[in-house]
Design a protein around this ligand. Sequence first.
Ligand SMILES: NC(=O)c1ccc[n+]([C@@H]2O[C@H](COP(=O)([O-])OP(=O)(O)OC[C@H]3O[C@@H](n4cnc5c(N)ncnc54)[C@H](O)[C@@H]3O)[C@@H](O)[C@H]2O)c1
Length: 281
Amino acid sequence: MNKFKNATAVITGAGSGIGRALAISLASRGCHLALSDVDIKTLEETRNLISHYAVKVSLSQLDVADKEAVFNYAQNVQTEFGSINLVINNAGVALSSGTFENTSLEEFEWLMSINFSGVLYGTKAFLPLLKQADWGHIVNISSLFGIIGVGGQSAYNASKFAVRGMTESLRQELDKTSPTVSCTSVHPGGVKTKIAANSRGGDKRPKKGDAFYMGEPEDFEKLAATTSESASEQILNAVIKNKRRLLIGKDAKLMDWVQRHFPNRYPSIFFGIVKLLSGKK
Ligand SMILES: NC(=O)c1ccc[n+]([C@@H]2O[C@H](COP(=O)([O-])OP(=O)(O)OC[C@H]3O[C@@H](n4cnc5c(N)ncnc54)[C@H](O)[C@@H]3O)[C@@H](O)[C@H]2O)c1
């Protein structure tokens, strides 16, 4: 049975990467789509890629960090589509501003407002609407960096650990209280997308030889282990199987294992692997 046929899905950050791949895969399965992104141009490109599917698609320019806009958007989607089954809080950004001391409060707040508050608002605004449907599921995109702490990534780590904590807590509550709505915390390792190329950091970005250097942003797409298409298939399968947690990619599975078995030594193992990979390119 195709769970997604004639269902309605909401995807934030659908103009690129994992969000775009999810939109394409869901459209091919007959799912109606409320797509949003802060960048309307790339969102229109996504729509062009799915225009041959017989599904209803709405496009909205939405900044997930804008609380009022997200709550208004949720009501508009409910009015337009009648019912909502799947919400994928996917929009996110990266920051390569070096160490915690080099990262300004403004940079911290900017990143948290998108990567954490955006997910919080999306979850809060849509949960009551999902409860009105036959079935409902929330997918919150955290990261491998929501499982391991990484030097030079304090703000991103904070946001992704927060997404995981909130989602795991909500999942326990929904398991006890809601027979029709569930949620999944998703932890991708490297996925070949524009996230690194679009990251902020400027001159503060760690350089080759610096302690927390993780390679050049333009090389990220080559080095990342997983394609967006594969990531999106795994996410939709996790919804079908109602998984609590999804790790995406061999890198995420390996580092999850390493941090559980070597909780004090995993950082040096992680940067050893990064050095090996970025030296290879
Ligand atoms: N690519 C990876 O390796 C990787 C790994 C772990 C987690 N993730 C997470 O996956 C999610 C998707 O990222 P991606 O890799 O596809 O990156 P991407 O840069 O290709 O796509 C992110 C999308 O989010 C949009 N966006 C950015 N700020 C926004 C805002 N304020 N409001 C609405 N939309 C906004 C961008 O315009 C873009 O279309 C993010 O949450 C990211 O943190 C990615």
